[in-house]
Design a protein around this ligand. Structure first.
Ligand code: SF4
Ligand code: SF4
Length: 287
């Protein structure tokens, strides 16, 4: 079983559109949406949820105003500036700033502060027309996306083993943060979708430098290559120089947007289009 992760370095390169199209080509595969902060693969996959689980991680902190003496000790100790008086003059905790370290709970002499487990994140196992899918949903402003990615990747491995799958295809998050690191670890190969723009190329290089730290094989796809041909040539020459195989160059196509509006991937929408043919080349080269 091979685990392949599709990444991009930056959002908006077409990573998820290409992953969704590859779903029509990968056989006996479990799909895993690692972009838990802004999951969108489900928009095309239209999953039917089979299992629905809470992901408890971190703490929600509360101050009992009827017990609080407003001594300010908790405010002094909080390193995240999360505690202060609200508009009504009540000592309160700002949930968006609070990191859930529980130090305030320990230092409060009046025992006015309590913690409850955070249950704002969920993960799912679903059935789709392409096969099984493991995905997640984080609450607004919630943290620990890296932990959640590690969890759903573990669940997708268990599912792949149970189903005798040949592949796990991960749709990774943008950037090079914690969730991306959690997506890379343990992958057999990383496919980097590169957009020929200044930021797209900068962020893709930064990502490839990061992946090289693991010694995991990197493969490249240049998406929308015809939007900036000089930049595309620069990228091709970099890839050659660094011995990174270029799987395919995918042309810009309005069909990507039209197919998405119909909740289809580009291969389902028009398998004879140039963009669909280029995605098929990604698969044959990678295979
Ligand atoms: S330390 Fe406790 S009593 Fe003092 S302000 Fe904070 S919550 Fe209130
Ligand atoms: S749990 Fe930690 S971060 Fe949150 S308010 Fe208390 S001291 Fe600050």
């Amino acid at each position: 079983m091979k685990e392949i992760t599709v990444l991009s370095g930056k959002g908006g390169t077409g990573k998820t559109s290409i992953t969704a199209a590859l779903a029509s080509l990968f056989e006996k595969t479990v799909f895993c949406d690692n972009d838990v902060d802004a999951a969108d693969l489900h928009l095309i996959f239209k999953p039917e949820v089979v299992e629905n689980h809470d992901f408890e991680y971190g703490w929600d902190m509360h101050i009992d105003a009827s017990v609080c003496k407003k001594c300010g000790i908790c405010q002094t100790y909080c390193r995240f500036d999360a505690i202060g008086l609200d508009d009504q003059g009540v000592m309160d905790i700002n949930g968006f700033r609070c990191e859930g370290c529980r130090l305030c709970e320990k230092v409060c002499p009046a025992k006015a502060i309590s913690a409850t487990p955070n249950c704002n994140n969920r993960w799912f196992i679903s059935s789709t027309r392409f096969g099984s899918m493991v995905h997640a949903e984080m609450g607004v402003g919630e943290e620990n996306s890296g932990k959640l990615v590690s969890l759903i990747r573990q669940k997708s491995r268990e599912l792949a083993k149970e189903k005798g799958a040949h592949y796990i295809l991960n749709d990774g998050p943008p950037g090079i943060g914690c969730a991306t690191v959690a997506s890379i670890t343990g992958s057999d190969a990383v496919v980097v979708v590169i957009e020929p723009s200044v930021s797209g190329w900068h962020d893709a290089q930064r990502l490839m430098e990061l992946v090289e730290q693991w010694g995991i094989p990197i493969y490249a796809v240049i998406n929308k290559y015809d939007l900036h041909r000089p930049m595309t040539e620069k990228i091709v020459s970099y890839l050659e120089h660094h011995h990174i195989p270029l799987l395919a160059k995918v042309p810009w196509s309005k069909d990507f947007v039209t197919s998405m509006e119909q909740q289809q991937n580009i291969i389902e929408y028009d398998p004879t289009s140039e963009a669909a043919k280029a995605v098929k080349k990604v698969w044959t080269e990678l295979k």
